[in-house]
Design a protein around this ligand. Structure first.
Ligand code: ADP
Ligand code: MG
Length: 452
C-alpha cells in the first residue's frame, strides 16, 4: 500500500506525511492510521483520503475506508517528519548575520525530480544507448566527463527521464551537492520575477552556486534575448567552476533559431547526443517494465500488440497500455490482442487483428471445452455439433473465407457449412445462452464492444 502511495506523490511529500504514519489496525471495516497531531489529521482527510482509498483498491478492497487517529503525545516527539530539522547541536560559534543558508540534503535536492525517472527504470535500446551511456558517464564524474551534456530528440522519448536519472544518481551519492532541475520556461519566469521584484542578486546566486544544473527544453530560449543573456552568464559561472550542466532540446543547437552564437557554441563544447524513436523490441521491453511496476500481469502477445500499434513515442506507449488495462477492467474481459486492438482503435491507427480460422477454432474449443480435433472430426453429438456450428458461423463473420474454404477446413462440403451457419443465425437472439457465448467469443477474437 505504501508503495502505491509512494509512486503517486513526490518523495518530499511522502517523507513529510507518510513516513511518520503508523497503521493502527482495522476497526469496523475501516483502516485506521495513526497521525502525529490534529493538523496532520485534517491534512490527510483533505489531501490524501482518495489516494489512500485508491491504494487499498489497488490491493483488491471493494469499498475501502480509511480513518485517522491522533497518536498520543509521547510518540509525537519521535514522529517528526524526517526532513524537519532534528534537535540542533549547540552552536559552536555565534551565528553569523546574513541570509539563511540554502537548504541542502537529498530531500531538498530531489524535490523537483520525478522519483520514477531513474537509471534503473530506463530501458536501454539501440535508439538511446549513446545518450544513456553519456548520461551515466556524467553521473559518475560530474563536471569531468562531458560538459555540457546536450541531449536532443523528439517529445516523449526520454530526455527528461535521463536528466532526472543523473540527478537522482548524484543526489544519492552526494547528498550535499546542490542540484537544480528546471524547464527553460521556469528559468525565464523566475528571471522575469527577479527583475520585477529587484531580486537579481538572489537569482544569480541561486543558479550560479549549484553543482548540477539540469535545464529542460532549452529550445525555448529561442528569441528570448534577456534570458539568453542571463543564461550565458550562469553557464559561464558554472562551467568555469567545473559544475555539471545538462541541457535537453527537441533539436540540436545548430537548429535552434535565433540562439545567440556564443550560446550555441557553448552548447557544442561538450557532448551532443540524440535519442531516436524506440524500435519494436525496446517498446515491448518498456511496456513490460511498466506492467511489472504496476503489478499487472499482461501476456506478452498483448504487450506486443500495443507496441505494434503505438510507435510514436514512449509517453503515448505508456498511456496506451493504461488504456488497455482500463478497458479490460471496465468491461470485465481478460487481456487479449483483440481487446488491446479494440481499446486503442479510436486513438491509434487501428490495426485490424487478422482473425484466422484456427484462432476461431481454438477459442471456440476453449469456451465449450471441446478439443479442436474433435471440432474438426466427424462426431455428431450435440455438445460437439453446436460448438462446431458456432465456429463456422464466426469464421464466416470474422474472416473473408468462402463457404467452400471453410468446408475444406472442417472436411465437409459447403452446403453443410451453409446449413450450420443458418442454424446459428436462427438461434441468435432467441437462445440467450448461445447469444452470450457468441458475443463473448466475438469479443475475444476481435475486441468487439462487449457492452453492445
Ligand atoms: P521527453 O522529455 O523526451 O519528452 P520523457 O523523459 O518525459 O520524454 O519521457 C516520457 C515518458 O516515457 C516518461 O514516462 C518516461 O519515464 C518514459 N520513458 C522514456 N524513455 C524511457 C526508457 N528508455 N525506458 C523507460 N521509460 C522511458
Ligand atoms: Mg521532457
Amino acid at each position: 500500500m505504501l508503495r502505491y502511495v509512494r509512486n503517486n506523490i513526490s518523495e518530499v511529500e511522502y517523507h513529510t506525511w507518510f513516513a511518520p504514519v503508523k497503521p493502527l489496525g482495522v476497526q469496523q471495516g475501516s483502516l485506521v492510521l495513526g497521525v502525529r497531531n490534529s493538523f496532520a489529521q485534517e491534512w490527510f482527510r483533505k489531501h490524501y483520503l482518495e489516494l489512500l482509498e485508491d491504494a487499498l483498491r489497488s490491493l483488491g478492497a471493494q469499498s475501502p475506508q480509511v480513518s485517522f487517529q491522533v497518536l498520543p503525545a509521547v510518540q509525537d516527539a519521535m514522529m517528526l517528519p524526517v526532513n524537519e530539522p532534528e534537535v540542533s547541536p549547540p552552536p559552536r560559534t555565534r551565528a553569523l548575520p546574513g541570509p539563511a543558508p540554502l537548504p541542502v540534503g537529498s530531500g531538498e535536492n530531489r524535490k523537483s525530480l520525478n522519483p520514477k525517472y531513474t537509471f534503473e527504470n530506463f530501458v536501454v535500446g539501440p535508439n538511446n544507448n549513446l545518450a544513456h551511456a553519456a548520461a551515466l558517464a556524467v553521473a559518475e564524474s560530474p563536471g569531468r566527463a562531458y560538459n555540457p551534456l546536450f541531449i536532443y530528440g523528439d517529445v516523449g522519448l526520454g530526455k527528461t527521464h535521463l536528466m532526472h536519472a543523473v540527478g537522482h544518481y548524484i543526489a544519492e551519492r552526494y547528498p550535499d551537492k546542490r542540484i537544480e532541475y528546471l524547464s527553460t520556461e521556469s528559468f525565464t519566469n523566475e528571471l522575469i520575477n527577479a527583475i520585477r521584484d529587484d531580486k537579481m542578486t538572489q537569482f544569480r546566486n541561486k543558479y550560479r552556486s549549484v553543482d548540477l544544473l539540469l535545464v529542460d527544453d532549452i529550445q525555448f530560449l529561442a528569441g528570448k534575448e534577456r534570458t539568453q543573456e542571463e543564461f550565458f552568464h550562469t553557464f559561464n559561472a558554472l562551467y568555469e567552476n567545473h559544475k555539471q550542466i545538462i541541457l535537453s532540446s527537441d533539436r540540436p543547437p545548430k537548429d535552434i533559431q535565433t540562439l545567440e552564437g556564443r550560446l550555441r557554441s557553448r552548447f557544442e563544447w561538450g557532448l551532443i547526443t540524440d535519442i531516436q524513436s524506440p524500435e519494436f523490441e525496446t517498446r515491448v521491453a518498456i511496456l513490460k517494465m511498466n506492467a511489472e511496476h504496476r503489478h499487472i500481469d499482461i501476456p506478452q502477445d498483448v504487450l506486443e500488440q500495443v507496441a505494434r500499434q503505438v510507435t510514436s513515442n514512449i509517453r503515448e506507449l505508456e498511456g496506451a497500455l493504461m488504456r488497455v488495462v482500463a478497458f479490460s477492467s471496465l468491461n470485465n474481459v481478460p487481456f487479449s490482442r483483440a481487446v488491446a486492438a479494440k481499446a486503442l482503435s479510436d486513438v491509434f491507427a487501428s490495426q485490424e487483428v487478422n482473425v484466422e480460422m484456427k484462432d476461431v477454432l481454438r477459442v471456440v474449443g476453449e469456451r465449450f471445452g471441446v478439443s479442436t480435433d474433435i471440432l474438426k472430426g466427424a462426431g455428431r453429438a450435440r455438445d460437439v455439433v453446436v460448438p462446431r456450428q458456432v465456429a463456422m458461423y464466426l469464421i464466416r463473420e470474422l474472416t473473408s473465407h468462402s463457404l467452400p474454404e471453410i468446408g475444406q477446413f472442417f472436411g465437409r462440403d459447403h452446403s453443410t457449412v451453409l446449413h450450420s451457419i443458418q442454424k446459428v443465425t436462427e438461434a441468435v437472439g432467441k437462445d440467450a445462452d448461445l447469444t452470450a457465448h457468441i458475443d463473448a467469443l466475438r469479443q475475444i477474437l476481435q475486441g468487439g464492444d462487449p457492452l453492445g
